[in-house]
Design a protein around this ligand. Sequence first.
Ligand SMILES: Nc1nc2c(c(=O)[nH]1)N[C@H]1C(S)=C(S)[C@@H](COP(=O)(O)O)O[C@H]1N2
Ligand SMILES: [Mo]
Length: 434
Amino acid sequence: MAVPPDSNDELEYAAGGGLLHRRALLRQGLVLATAAAAIPAARAQSPPPAALPAPLDPNPPTLTTPGAPFSAYGSPSSFERRVLRAVGANADVPGNGVSWTPLESLEGIITPSGLHFERHHNGVPTIDPKQHRLMIHGFVKQPLTFSLESLLRYPMRSHLIFLECGGNSNAGWHSEPIQRPVGSFHGMVSCSEWTGVPVSVLLDEAGVDAAAAWAVLEGADAGALNVSLPLAKLRDDCIVALYQNGERIRPEQGYPLRLIVPGWEGIVNIKWLRRLQLTSEPAMTRDETAKYTELQPGGKARQFTYVMEAKSVITTPSAMQRLKDPGIYEIRGLAWSGRGRVARVDISADGGKTWAEAALQDPVLPRCLTRFRAAWNWSGKPAVLKSRATDETGYVQPERNVLVAERGRRGYFHYNAIVSWGVAEDGEVSHVYA
Ligand SMILES: Nc1nc2c(c(=O)[nH]1)N[C@H]1C(S)=C(S)[C@@H](COP(=O)(O)O)O[C@H]1N2
Ligand SMILES: [Mo]
């Protein structure tokens, strides 16, 4: 492996463009220690006294003045007030649109509930949990309606699950790379701990007819949204979620209850769920025929493309950020797959010529966001960073040209190609097609 001329021998390179072996992250302190060692000799000399950092304030006001009192419900620091969802709504129908999770500002795998992305077709309804009912009917032995009070008594399960809109990242289909922060491009994915009652428990109680094979689901909002789901998936791992990250679901996420369909596109995760009707066939509603289907190059449309395939994106560094100086950086990002666990993530710093395996941070859970990290010694020369996820089924996230060739130019949903960030000599990071 070619090693940049004036770098330290101790650095263990794993691929071109300055990518270090992921062991660098596992050995505590090595990255920082070698970062200091890698500084060119002139800069490594002790700085003159005047350049020393200012000494610690001996008497900051917070040491002597009592702080703010308790609060009944906390909120983020006022210094973090610019960490917000970006909103894109229809000017004529303000309740129809999306807001994106600011992925570039977050760490770990859990999305704070107040920053979960939103996709509403006609706004957020205000639903009184005392009035709300969930009905299960159709091909069942005994139609049932559940109040919140009764649902809260059923045995529950918690899962850390990502939720991704089928339209996430669709700017990737544009012929020119969009220049936006990563969250406003790929941030229609979020991850929460969802707690609720397994759908199978409720179905068993209603008694499923032999003729039932599908279900049609309906929310209590004005979105006029109906979707069909195969009964097998509902029985397998879906839950009627009542809690999000430990507290009752936020209104934006479906208060007082929503369906969670692990690994499947956002649209079928019906919020404000009020009706589950068992049927023998899919209903062929507007949102599974006119919408959420895609014409392919051969003229045939894809339909019921439920699963969100493996995907990854580097969140740091990412578009619209700027690297200050050459040196060692931790490349950070997220990977996920609707088919199960992320098996590995590879990183390239030379536009895909060579790759090195990133470290996956525990926990690595099925259908959950996975945090990856890689160490990179940026030489100060132009570079192209990419991440490539492989899931436990062996599926490998495709390069953009491969995805476009396969799906054609009419793509809108399910864009999961490898994302490339170009780093210019001045450290400016931008979205590139490479
Ligand atoms: N009742 C109802 N359910 C809905 C929607 C909606 O508008 N109404 N939007 C769907 C879409 S397209 C997505 S991507 C997810 C978004 O969930 P979130 O707003 O909690 O992120 O909810 C789905 N469930
Ligand atoms: Mo969606």
